[in-house]
Write a protein that binds this ligand. Sequence first.
Ligand code: CA
Length: 234
Amino acid sequence: MNKRVLVVEDDVAIGNLIKMTLATQQYEFDIARDGHSALQKALAMNPDVIILDLGLPDIDGVELITKIRSWTQTPIIVVSARGEEHDKINALDAGADDYVTKPFSVEELLARIRVALRRKSFEHQLENESPVFVNGHLQINYMANTVFVNGNEVHLTPIEYKLLVILSKHVGKVLTHNFILKEIWHNALQSDVPSLRVFMATLRKKIENNPANPKLIQTHVRVGYRMLRCHDEE
Ligand code: CA
């Protein structure tokens, strides 16, 4: 069955570009021009992915994400204008999965949609609550608190382990610095971001085949980090 995409975009030109792009890939889609119709359509069509422009005429984009998240975990890819860094981060913290910044390329958008769809199918696996997480050369046993890279056990510090577990539990999703800091230290001070960066560097040395060119964990400059599934190409 074709995957269904709900596009929420009030800009006609960008909306048309997205529609044409989706049509070439055999996605089914519908478009909403404002927040209220977005909510109605999200309920009616039960989409596999939502592409959401943050600047809508009626409802604030971040508020809309909070409303959608009250009943569904459908992946949400936010479209934001350049310079709206803060909105993008708030959108991720409200439950969006990913973002593209205008102007974006069609290929970039399609790649993000594929990642989001794979995350959705992967979530079903996570719901089975398997104690073992496998992603390419990485294996985590949540019960035993052990981590294997290429079949060899690696020893992580408690913070490195927590960091890895948080990223793995949200594989495919961009996690903000804020979110990660809260999960690890139960508070989020921007001043802690440099230390988070240090822990990330030591973690990468232990789990990436080539820490200088990390494949498992992506850096999103000034935003946060994301663990990719090994087959997710960007
Ligand atoms: Ca807009």
